[in-house]
Design a protein around this ligand. Structure first.
Ligand SMILES: [Fe+2]
Length: 187
């Protein structure tokens, strides 16, 4: 985890109103935990994302990050696992320890649908690459451009549908179990 990536991620959230309560708990002790790097099939989509802004820092750090999956093939099928993964920067498991917030990045490959799920944590997503369709509660899927934050209140069902372009989205979590597996509502 490079300081450059962390600073860039923080800068991306600065000025995002819905992120403010999370940023109050942004770690400032400088503590770092050793994390074993691990890659996933979904990381191949980083190559086509260019180098602009936080994407460039993410790509530079990607090989040192631990890319993980919360789900198994029994949850959303094998194809989903080929196009899904996340890396935690801050939290219970990531390189920057925190028990108050989690922060990381989610990657989804082209044409991946992340079915409806919910969790106790309050969440903010900030897309940094790709324009996916997002759904929350009973509302229809709607496209969300890069830079437009998405706020999920605790236990609000949400889903994502990725088109031809892959998706990269920063996330923040607070409240609830910061390492919890989401409850699956649709598959
Ligand atoms: Fe979520």
């Amino acid at each position: 985890m490079t300081a450059g990536l962390l600073a860039c991620v923080r800068a991306a959230f600065d000025g995002v109103a819905v992120a403010e309560p999370f940023l109050r708990d942004w770690p400032s002790t400088g503590a770092v935990r050793a994390v074993e790097p691990a890659t996933l099939p979904v990381c191949r989509w980083l190559e086509g994302m260019g180098y602009a802004g936080v994407i460039g820092e993410l790509r530079a750090a990607a090989a040192q990050l631990r890319w993980q999956q919360t789900y198994g093939a029994a949850d959303f099928g094998h194809d989903f696992l080929q196009g899904y993964g996340w890396s935690e920067f801050i939290g219970l498991r990531g390189p920057i320890p925190s028990t108050q917030i989690a922060c990381g990045v989610l990657l989804l490959g082209p044409h991946i649908t992340y079915p409806a799920h919910a969790h106790a944590a309050e969440e903010v997503y900030l897309p940094i690459f790709g324009q996916a369709d997002w759904q929350q509660g009973d509302t229809p899927f709607a496209p969300v451009p890069v830079g437009q934050p998405i706020h999920h209140a605790p236990w609000v069902p949400h889903a994502m549908r990725v088109g031809a372009e892959p998706l990269a989205a920063l996330y923040l979590w607070r409240g609830g179990d910061l390492a919890a597996k989401s409850v699956i509502l649709g598959a």
